[in-house]
Write a protein that binds this ligand. Structure first.
Ligand code: PSU
Ligand code: MN
Length: 310
């Protein structure tokens, strides 16, 4: 029995050579409450289809790595409690033990590469946590971007993080950080973070060409495409910042650490904004899915042309 299982839709897309977009599942199990989590997951898949690509949501279910989830599997995962949050360190262990777990950005990148999927959409990547100089809490997502050749579309790093340090680490690791359509590095819930993005591109085709160029150069690692949340959906920086500070204070007071930090903060910010942070999170993930589908389409075209010209 194979460790990897393709959904019917993903298997058909692979046979037909259609562009695919990888989607993660930690955002479903740990990033959003039920039932908005499953509703969002469905809308995001639909956004990918509406933009000419096929969605492949990744998760480990009963010891098998699923690339694309059937409707019932998605529903089950979204309601399940105590699902593991899998990163590079624990993906193999979960599979070996027949477990069930949701994939973070890092684990989704690993699964995407195995499945031959080059583009992946999420909300925000993990990064360097505030206070990392004391806790050493730096997301494995950053190291994954440095080693696995997948282009990840996100609305920045989650604003609960230390943005300048996150950008510094990405630079050290040689990860291209490309803002789509603006100069500013987006701030997840807000369109701007107060920092500039190192690179800017205005067309999905350019991003696809840069992805392909990295492969041609033999460079390991992926690209981080940072896509600002749509204007009408953003929460202004000075509005969200005091709320983030309060949530961070609560996390510290309660001694929250390790994998629990990000889900705790997102949950508290949801409560403190009366659900507004979640509406923005949904809007930005959908926006990222649309862009990822367009990049995947352009990349498929580039690859088809390269094959023809050989
Ligand atoms: N994007 C969101 N919400 C999320 C995540 C991304 O809008 O919850 C998840 C991703 O799976 C990412 C993880 O990999 O948060 C980061 O977790 P940590 O900080 O523990 O590495
Ligand atoms: Mn961490």
């Amino acid at each position: 029995m194979s460790m990897m299982v393709f959904s019917d839709e993903v298997a058909a897309a692979r046979d037909a050579g259609q562009p695919l977009v990888a989607l993660e599942s930690t955002i479903i199990t740990h990033g959003m409450p039920w039932p908005q989590n499953v509703e969002t997951a469905r809308m995001v898949e639909e956004d990918v289809r509406a933009n000419g690509a096929v969605p492949a949501t990744m998760a480990v279910i009963d010891g098998r790595l699923h690339v694309g989830l059937e409707a019932g599997q998605l529903d089950h995962l979204a309601r399940a409690e105590g699902v593991a949050k899998l990163s590079r360190a624990d993906l193999a262990a979960c599979l070996a033990q027949g477990g069930t777990g949701a994939t973070t950005v890092a684990a989704t990148m690993i699964a995407a590469r195995m499945a031959g999927i080059a583009v992946f959409a999420t909300g925000g990547i993990g990064g360097v946590h505030r206070g990392a100089e004391a806790t050493f809490d730096i997301s494995a997502d950053l190291h994954e971007l440095a080693r696995t050749p997948v282009s990840v579309v996100a609305a920045g790093a989650k604003a609960i993080l230390d943005m300048p340090k996150t950008l510094e680490v990405l630079e050290s690791l040689g990860v291209p950080v490309i803002a789509f359509g603006q100069d500013a590095f987006p701030g997840f819930w807000s369109r701007e973070s107060g920092l500039m993005a190192p690179l800017r591109m205005d067309a999905p085709g350019t991003i696809a060409r840069a992805h392909r160029m990295r492969a041609d150069l033999g460079l390991a690692g992926g690209q981080l495409i940072v896509n600002p949340v749509p204007e009408g959906d953003e929460i202004a920086r000075d509005e969200i910042e005091p709320i983030i500070d309060r949530a961070l204070g609560e996390a510290r007071a309660q001694g929250v650490s390790g994998k629990a930090v990000t889900p705790f903060l997102l949950g508290r910010i949801f409560a403190l904004t009366g659900g507004r942070s979640l509406r923005t999170n949904v809007a930005l993930v959908r926006n990222n899915a649309r862009l990822a589908a367009r990049i995947a389409g352009e990349l498929a075209r580039i690859e088809a042309n390269a094959l023809r010209d050989r």
